[in-house]
Design a protein around this ligand. Structure first.
Ligand code: GRF
Length: 216
């Protein structure tokens, strides 16, 4: 069967992008990374993608008069590569409502908190300031409202005494790299059904789980 083509949008180092590329290398994986696009020309992830032999394109947002015209340019590039799923991975650009409407139910994001707690930026510091004992990451469908679309899956990690934002971010990031490729696999296998704010994952194979718990 033809593999699903995924377009990954980044703005920085692209470690989640790299995790997706790595997962897609295994022969049985049902998706391939067709293109990586960054709004920041110097994003380290572009070079990582090129080294992996994946088309990597910079589309600097400064060249566009408004958000929607930038979004339409990104969209045209994704479509040129036959993309069927957009994966935001550290893409630090607020999109116009046009983009999630155009890619409705075909666009995912990964966020480093257990949403709906702590949307937005400086997420780990928000978690530390709130004193939570548990944090983690969330993969969700993208809607016009920031970090608020239907949740597909989450992974939890403990917040430990002595954590600062960097230590917590590193612990969460290890789980992001497990979770995102798994959710993209489910999408590619046609298992995800969006029903309002809720997502059903149909027919998980034996051994697969929706519960990614804290590491011991
Ligand atoms: C990750 O923590 C992701 O959850 C958030 O931005 C960060 C991107 O990191 N959206 P990377 O570029 O994937 O390394």
């Amino acid at each position: 069967m033809a593999k699903l083509k995924v377009g990954v949008l980044i703005s920085g180092r692209g470690s989640n992008m790299a995790a997706l590329i790595e997962a897609a290398r295994s022969p049985g994986y049902p998706a391939e990374i067709a293109v990586v696009i960054s709004n920041v020309a110097t994003a380290g992830g572009l070079e990582t993608a090129r080294q992996a032999g994946i088309p990597a394109v910079a589309i600097p947002h400064k060249g566009y008069p408004d958000r929607e015209s930038f979004d339409r340019a990104v969209s045209a590039e994704l479509e040129r590569h036959g993309v069927g799923l957009v994966a935001l991975a550290g893409f630090l650009r607020i999109q116009s409502p046009w983009f999630p409407a155009h890619w409705k139910d075909r666009i995912l994001n990964i966020h480093p908190s257990l949403l709906p707690s702590f949307p937005g930026l400086h997420v780990q510091q928000q978690a530390l300031d709130a004193g939570v004992r548990l944090s983690g990451c969330t993969v969700h469908f993208v809607t016009a409202e920031l970090d608020a679309g239907p949740i597909v899956a989450q992974a939890a990690v403990p917040v430990l005494p002595g954590d600062d934002a960097d230590r917590l971010a590193a612990r969460i990031l290890r789980q992001e790299h497990r979770l995102y490729p798994e959710v993209v696999r489910w999408f590619a296998e046609g298992r995800l059904r969006v029903d309002g704010q809720r997502v059903a994952v149909e027919g998980l194979p034996a051994g697969a789980t929706l519960l990614f718990s804290p590491e011991p």
